[in-house]
Design a protein around this ligand. Structure first.
Ligand SMILES: [Ca+2]
Length: 178
């Protein structure tokens, strides 16, 4: 019994230590090596305002209003250098909260715009989403393991048909250590 208690306490201690030791580096604070977008210019969202025409400016991550993200307009490609020691990349593929929802669609979905999310590590595909419209909440969580010595991560949005109003967002994008 006493041994079990010590074992449990040790586990709790290790878990707490891991939570405390985890370090998140926001991609919003990192300048990409390359940023190609299909319309307008690449920019980061730092105040919850997507500056997206036809919307109230907000966007959601996990169903809640979010503050930070990378605003890309498909067809787009961002390349970032991977900081030393990071082990994961996480983000949520999401879109502006359009108000009202437009009926103008490009034949691929019932959203205003259509796009997907692809991730490459050192030029090799490691993740490919379905079109955003395929997800019930119009959000797709993205979690990528980063191998030792990986140098670059590439974030791609394919325009799927045409790029009309393809206002893609990578919400709350982070590298995570260790
Ligand atoms: Ca599209």
């Amino acid at each position: 019994m006493k041994q079990k208690l010590i074992y449990s306490c040790t586990l709790v201690f290790i878990c707490l230590f891991q939570v405390i030791a985890e370090e998140k580096i926001s991609l919003v604070d990192i300048k990409p090596m390359k940023a190609k977008v299909g319309f307008g210019g690449y920019y980061t969202i730092t105040d919850g305002n997507t500056r997206s025409g036809g919307s109230d400016g907000t966007f959601n991550v996990n169903g809640q209003r979010a503050q930070k993200g990378l605003f890309t307009h498909a067809e787009s490609e961002l390349v970032f250098s991977i900081p030393t020691g990071v082990r994961k990349f996480v983000a949520v593929g999401t879109m502006p909260n359009f108000r009202p929802i437009s009926r103008e669609v490009d034949g691929f979905d019932t959203l205003l715009g259509s796009w997907d999310y692809e991730v490459l590590i050192d030029g090799i595909e490691v993740y490919q989403s379905e079109p955003l419209c395929a997800y019930l909440k119009k959000e797709v969580p993205i979690v990528i393991d980063i191998p030792d010595n990986a140098k670059t991560i590439t974030l791609i949005n394919h325009m799927l048909g045409n790029n009309n109003a393809d206002h893609a967002i990578w919400g709350d994008p982070f590298f995570i250590k260790p």
